[in-house]
Ligand binder design. Structure first.
Ligand code: HEC
Length: 224
């Protein structure tokens, strides 16, 4: 008996179901997401969220991809029921689809050898990032993160040391009269890391309640 048509129909229905649930469903649900008007947790001021990544940071995302940072770092804070990301202090709230509307491609990552970077822009600063890229052991002794020294160059100090020249420990310091400065890719990568923050107030994941004040304690003290 020829079961060809039945087999074809079965395969067709299976493929159609997975396309409906993994492509069309999510597209209908979140495909039209855009910028929302929200309140930034950092300053409690109304502002559109998220904002498109500015030029240099946008280039930095490509450097991030090219250097394989995504092999060890994620950019997604899981909800409390799925892990301890919030307890690690990697974000004030869980990540949502809205956080990534301008990311192309989205660099979620799936392996966490190092900490999650979804909000790293809120807990670090330029000089620290540059030192870390030059040699992570300077800022985190014993770190297993690789060095990215080829993103830097040694140059002769001109009239005055450059603004972004690294302040290195004696063992790594360049010879007198020379300095180590970041090349443009290092600065772009740093700009990208500094641009990472998922802290817009979004309806689906309200921020944690503010820390308890000591008002009741004061009232009790007065009542005594
Ligand atoms: C082999 C895995 C690995 C790779 C690849 C890697 N990292 Fe890391 N990274 C780590 C580990 C482990 C830590 C935590 C220890 C430390 O502080 O160095 C870390 C820490 C960091 C931190 C500090 C995070 C914080 O919470 O303050 C930043 C920023 C960072 N990495 C950026 C990068 C960038 C940018 C790249 C790519 C150029 C990269 N990493 C590639 C493993 C890696």
């Amino acid at each position: 008996m020829n079961r060809g048509p039945l087999l074809f129909l079965g395969l067709f229905v299976t493929m159609a179901c997975s396309w409906l649930s993994f492509v069309l469903g999510p597209q209908l649900q979140i495909g039209s997401l855009g910028e929302t008007n929200t309140v930034a947790l950092a300053n409690f001021m109304p502002e559109p969220y998220p904002l498109p990544t500015p030029g240099e940071a946008h280039q930095g995302a490509e450097i991030y991809r090219a250097n394989g940072c995504v092999a060890c770092h994620t950019e997604q804070v899981r909800p409390r029921v799925l892990g301890s990301d919030l307890d690690h202090g990697w974000g004030a709230r869980r990540s949502l689809a809205e956080d990534y509307v301008f990311d192309q491609p989205v660099l979620l990552g799936d392996l966490r050898v190092g900490p999650d970077l979804a909000n790293v822009g809120r807990r670090t600063y330029l000089k620290q990032i540059l030192l870390r890229l030059y040699d992570p052991r300077i800022v985190a002794p014993g770190s297993i993160m690789p060095s990215y020294r080829y993103l830097f160059e040694k140059q002769r100090i001109g009239l005055a040391p450059s603004r972004n020249a690294l302040t290195l420990p004696p063992a790594l310091a360049p010879p007198p009269g020379a300095e180590i400065v970041p090349r443009p890719p290092a600065l772009a990568l740093a700009a990208y890391l500094l641009s990472l923050h998922q802290d817009g107030y979004l309806f689906e994941a309200p921020p944690p309640p503010p820390p308890p004040t000591n008002k009741p304690a004061m009232t009790n003290a007065l009542a005594k």
